[in-house]
Design a protein around this ligand. Structure first.
Ligand code: PGA
Length: 255
């Protein structure tokens, strides 16, 4: 059995100025210390990537962006490309977050272009998938997740797939305080791993980390992180304070 190193990732969304971001990441780095049991990733807003990146020099915390355009450069007002992110020592990028899908009209095809562009530029995509409440209630959860996953990963080679990170985020659990039960989450995570096995083979499927996201916090993390196919968390609200984020890293370390 392959042991997947747990990953705790903070998605700060549209919160914190550059100065506030530096303060937060300093606190996180100080409280985490030099632990190596868990991979830690912070995804501040684009305006704070450079300052946070500088602050993190030498720390064992990775830097991620929350979005990017799929083209490397050009007439795309307001957009940021993968090479621009790489230039700021960004190593990861969240793609296909449900807020991007629902509020900014991103569809599976666009998200797939972004995934391919990130991989080409050696950025690790954190590809988010997940069903809405309506879809869950209609019994369509696995179908929705399958469609998003297959479309999002279209054209990804086996070699590239090994560096992809997935996040299962039921839309109804994001920012709502309603967390999926560990059974609900494990069912979808196991299904995702099965799909990965079909797409890329057993070895790669066993390597790829699948994070859970949606109202994850220190009080509910232990049970989620104990599930066989839950390899960490993508954290929104609880990532905005050092204490709760660090507690999640500690929970992952002992899981
Ligand atoms: P939440 O957000 O932890 O605040 O629910 C998770 C996410 O949107 O990635």
């Amino acid at each position: 059995m392959i042991l997947r190193k747990k990953l705790i990732a903070g998605n700060w969304k549209m919160n914190k100025t550059s100065a506030d971001s530096v303060t937060l990441v300093k606190e996180i780095a100080q409280q985490i210390g030099r632990q190596t049991e868990v991979d830690v990733l912070v995804c501040p807003p684009a305006t704070a990537l450079e300052s946070v990146g500088r602050t993190l020099e030498g720390a064992n915390i990775k830097l991620g962006a929350q979005n990017m355009h799929f083209e490397a450069s050009g007439a795309f007002t307001g957009e940021i490309s993968a090479p621009m992110l790489r230039d700021l020592f960004v190593t990861h990028v969240i793609l296909g977050h449900s807020e991007r899908r629902a509020l900014f009209g991103e569809d599976d095809q666009l998200i797939n272009q972004k995934v391919l562009s990130a991989l080409k530029t050696e950025l690790r995509p954190v590809l988010c998938v997940g069903e809405s409440l309506e879809e869950r209630e209609a019994g369509d959860t696995l179908k929705v997740v399958q469609t998003q996953l297959e479309a999002g990963l279209a054209g990804v080679s086996n070699e590239q797939a090994a560096s992809v990170i997935l996040a299962y985020e039921p839309v109804w659990a994001i920012g709502t305080g309603k967390v999926a039960t560990s059974d609900q989450a494990q069912e979808v995570h196991a299904f995702i791993r099965e799909l990965l096995t079909k797409l890329f083979g057993e070895t790669i499927a066993q390597k790829v980390r699948i994070l859970y996201g949606g109202s994850m916090k220190p009080s509910n993390a232990d049970e989620l992180l104990a599930q066989t196919d839950i390899d960490g968390g993508l954290i929104g609200g609880a990532a905005l304070e050092a204490r709760s984020f660090v507690d999640l890293v500690k929970a992952a370390a002992k899981s």
